[in-house]
Structure formats: C-alpha cells, structure tokens
Write a protein that binds this ligand. Structure first.
Ligand SMILES: NC(=O)c1ccc[n+]([C@@H]2O[C@H](COP(=O)([O-])OP(=O)(O)OC[C@H]3O[C@@H](n4cnc5c(N)ncnc54)[C@H](OP(=O)(O)O)[C@@H]3O)[C@@H](O)[C@H]2O)c1
Length: 325
C-alpha cells in the first residue's frame, strides 16, 4: 500500500482503519469478525490502526490489542485519552478529563489492553478546557521520554490549542472530521497544520456512511447517527445532491461513491491520511481501491463549482461544543 508521512516523520499507509464501530451493542457480537478484518487489513498492506480508551470504554482497545499482538512490529497503533473514564470501573462519567494523573493512568491501561509496551500515536481525544494545554503536552512529552509513547496527536482541537501543544511537544497529527461534507477545517485548521508541519488524519471520511450512497432517509439508523442533525430524513434528502455528484464523477472512473469520497481527500494534501471505518472485508477492499482512483482537475473543479450546501450539523449541539476548543 502507498505510504504517506504525517508530522514529525511519522510514516504510515496512505489509508487508516478505525475500529470504533457504533456502540457497545454492535461491538461484542462482531468481535471475532473484526479481529479477522484487522488482520486481513495488515495482509493488504495497511499499517495504521485507530482506537481509543473511550470506545466501549476499553472493549475496543482489548479487541485491537488481541488482533494486532502477533503483528505488532508491522503496524502503528493510535489510541486516545481524554474522556472522563473511571479508571477503576471503566465507566464513562461523562465529559472530558485530561488531568495529568488521568492521562498517565489511561495510558497504563491502554498499554495493557493493547498488549504492547508502546503506543505509536497518542491523541488527546478532546481538549479539556479545565487543564492548560501546556500541562497535557508536558505529560505526553514525559511519556515519550519514557518510551511509552512515540508520537503526539490532538483531535478536534482549535488552532490556538494546536499551537500551544506544539510549542511544548511537537504534534505529529491532528485527527478531526474532514470530508466532502465537512469542509470547515479548510478555513483555519489546514493552513495551521501546513505551517507547523503537522499531518491530518480525517475521521469519518465517508460521512459516517452517507457519502457511500448506501444510506438514505428510509435506512434504519443506530442511535449514534440518529442523534446527528444531518442524518435527519429531511437533511439526508437535501444532502443527496452531493452523493449524486460523486456518483456521476465516479462513473467516469469506474469508481464507487465511497472511493471518490476517499480519493477527493487524498487529492487535497500529501500529508493527509483518511481514517475510515468498516466492519466488512468487501467494503474494506472497495475503500482501499480509492488509492487507484486519480481524480482529475476537472473532477475537482466540478465539485467546487457545484458548491453544494450541506444541511444539518455534523454533531448534536452538546458534542459540537467540545470541538474547536
Ligand atoms: N477522533 C474522534 O473524535 C473520532 C470520531 C469519529 C470517528 N473516529 C475514528 O474514525 C474512524 C472512522 O470513522 P467513522 O466510522 O465515523 O466514519 P466513516 O468511515 O466515514 O464511515 C463508516 C461507516 O460507513 C460504512 N461504510 C464503510 N465503507 C463503506 C462502503 N464501502 N460502502 C458502504 N458503507 C460503508 C460503515 O459501515 P460498516 O461498518 O457496516 O461497513 C460505517 O457505518 C472510527 O473508527 C474511529 O477510529 C474518531
């Protein structure tokens, strides 16, 4: 698989697989299949995998750890701290927590669950307004010095927080939502990353499935997506125009809408590594096929000229408030 380089020389496959899935109920029954999928992804040449303490909490890291233990030296594992997880019970108490003691305890837990003695890329999952960014970056700097962590990342952080963190411990990657229907990072975040030499790992590059063209207002959605304004039936009907456009562009390349959605991100900057999620090997193969789709300048111009307005926010209000801090 082609490689790309994020910040601080972090070289990874040009696409990354996220193991989040949607909700606890779906996580456990599919565990064996997901382990097979993750190992198949490594066979296909992917070497960059994403999880987080909060997914489950903990169950997702346990699954990723089991899947990758025999392949550890061939892969880079990214995980995240930063939600307020009770370190005794694993219960998410709600809200964020990046106090230094919480970070250290979360990292010790992640190392055990991931069956490894180092985390390649450790992200703060959301900025904690109660803890100065310098303190957070300082703890990660110490963890790097101790050999427990190799690279530092942030997620959904604002430009000011990125600069403050980077001044203490250089940041390798920002993981934030960016896709054909979430283009807000182009205004300030992407120029900031470019200036500081930080890579971008866009999550939800397929618009949580919508951009694949397989979801519409008649689809029964899981509770997570049902809570998102742009997945309301009316918003999905309005946003269909974007899927129609990428389907038409894809037809010229023999590509699916999912492949066009990923190829479009790959065409933006060489230091961007899209992070998609899927539970199915055939979809995994379809998605990595995006690496063979070369969009032309005409295709890219057509998307700009269409200037499609997206209906509905990408998160419910209480989640939106935690982004861009
Ligand atoms: N940092 C953060 O705050 C944050 C937030 C969200 C996500 N993430 C990370 O980013 C990863 C990906 O995010 P995501 O899952 O929200 O986004 P996504 O990749 O945009 O969408 C995944 C959804 O699309 C479906 N899908 C994937 N490929 C498909 C295809 N070829 N055809 C039809 N449907 C397809 C998947 O269904 P199936 O699974 O059924 O195939 C799944 O429901 C997560 O796993 C997680 O690691 C991070």
């Amino acid at each position: 698989m082609q490689k790309r380089t994020l910040g601080q020389g972090l070289e990874v496959s040009a696409l990354s697989l996220g193991a989040m899935g949607y909700g606890k109920a779906r996580e456990l029954p599919d565990r064996a299949e997901m382990i097979t999928l993750i190992r198949t992804a490594v066979d296909r040449g992917m070497d960059f995998f994403d999880t987080a303490e909060v997914y489950g909490p903990w169950t997702n890291e346990l699954m990723v750890g089991e899947a990758l233990e025999p392949l550890r030296d061939r892969v880079k594992i990214a995980t995240k701290f930063g939600w307020d997880i009770d370190q005794e019970t694993g219960v998410h108490r709600g809200g964020v927590n990046s106090k230094p003691t919480q970070i250290r305890s979360a990292v010790e837990g992640s190392l055990k669950r991931l069956r490894t003695d180092y985390i390649d890329l450790l992200y703060q999952h959301r900025v904690d307004p109660g803890v100065p960014m310098e303190d957070v970056a300082g703890v990660v700097k110490d963890l790097i010095a101790e050999g427990k962590v190799r690279w530092f990342g942030l997620s959904e952080a604002g430009a000011g927080s990125i600069r403050r963190a980077h001044a203490v411990q250089p940041v390798a990657a920002l993981q934030s939502e960016y896709s054909l229907w979430t283009r807000e990072p182009e205004a300030e975040i992407i120029p900031t990353l470019e200036e500081l030499g930080i890579g971008l790992v866009p999550f939800s590059p397929l618009g949580k499935g919508f951009l694949t063209g397989k979801i519409d207002s008649t689809t029964t959605l899981d509770p997570m997506r049902s809570s998102i304004p742009r997945f309301s039936p009316a918003a999905m009907d309005a946003n269909r125009k974007l899927v129609d456009l990428i389907r038409a562009i894809g037809e010229r390349h023999g590509a699916t809408p999912a492949q066009v959605a990923l190829a479009w991100i790959l065409a933006q900057k060489l230091w961007i590594v899209p992070l998609f999620g899927t539970r199915k090997i055939e979809r995994f193969d379809e998605n990595i096929g995006a690496l063979n789709v070369q969009l032309t300048q005409t295709d890219l111009n057509e998307i700009e000229a269409a200037n499609i307005h997206i209906s509905g926010d990408r998160y419910p209000e209480e989640h939106m408030r935690l982004t861009g801090l």
